[in-house]
Write a protein that binds this ligand. Structure first.
Ligand SMILES: Cc1cc2nc3c(=O)[nH]c(=O)nc-3n(C[C@H](O)[C@H](O)[C@H](O)COP(=O)(O)OP(=O)(O)OC[C@H]3O[C@@H](n4cnc5c(N)ncnc54)[C@H](O)[C@@H]3O)c2cc1C
Length: 171
């Protein structure tokens, strides 16, 4: 029986690995579990928000990608790990056994402030939230609202500039 490599999270790093698995025939079976079938390429995120790129340009389909390499795909969230018995439990209750497991679940923003209106706050991670942010911006009269970008890393700055440009385009 083939050994099982389990990949948890269809993040940028695992996509690179999947690409290698597709190119080089492997003696082991690979399974990918990710909470969304779709992944957004972050390098194009700010330009996507600015309407330079569309959904088709930035979103890729993990399920389709897996099919190219006979990789089994589950659109699910891993909620429990049993390292001794070498298995993980998915939100649906399904159990998946593995020989080797790799985690690439990225980072997530925990917004947990009861004084803030959660409808008005969107964390950029997971990157699937980009679609929510874009839709929200599309619903607003940009000149009439104030935006707060929390986090002045490269992504925060890029995103602030993209929103500013969007505002100018909509004048
Ligand atoms: C606006 C913006 C612009 C950026 N631009 C750049 C750039 O130009 N260049 C660059 O190098 N980096 C850029 N980054 C950073 C880049 O996005 C991250 O470094 C990268 O996404 C990290 O990849 P990752 O593989 O760790 O995880 P991610 O790509 O975040 O993916 C993690 C995946 O795991 C899934 N997942 C999470 N929990 C579970 C679970 N329990 N079970 C199953 N699946 C799960 C998630 O749904 C997600 O699909 C940018 C980030 C932002 C926000």
């Amino acid at each position: 029986m083939k050994k099982i490599l389990l990949l948890v999270g269809g993040g940028h790093a695992h996509v690179y690995l999947i690409n290698k698995i597709i190119k080089e025939k492997q003696k082991f079976k690979t399974i990918l579990v990710s909470s969304s079938q779709y992944q957004f390429y972050s390098g194009m995120a700010s330009a996507y928000i600015e309407n330079i790129y569309s959904d088709n340009d930035i979103i890729f389909d993990l399920k389709k990608l897996c099919k190219l390499g006979e990789i089994e795909f589950f659109e699910e969230k891993v909620i429990e790990i049993d390292p001794e018995n070498k298995n993980v439990i998915l939100k649906s209750g399904k159990k998946i056994d593995f020989d080797v497991v790799s985690f690439d679940t990225g980072s997530e923003l925990k917004i947990d402030n009861k004084y803030l209106d959660k409808e008005k706050i969107i964390g950029i991670k997971p990157l699937t939230n980009l679609k929510k942010i874009k839709e929200k911006l599309g619903d607003l009269k940009l000149k009439e609202v104030r935006f707060l970008v929390i986090g002045a890393g490269a992504a925060g700055i890029e995103l602030s500039l993209a929103i500013k440009e969007l505002e100018k385009k909509n004048e």
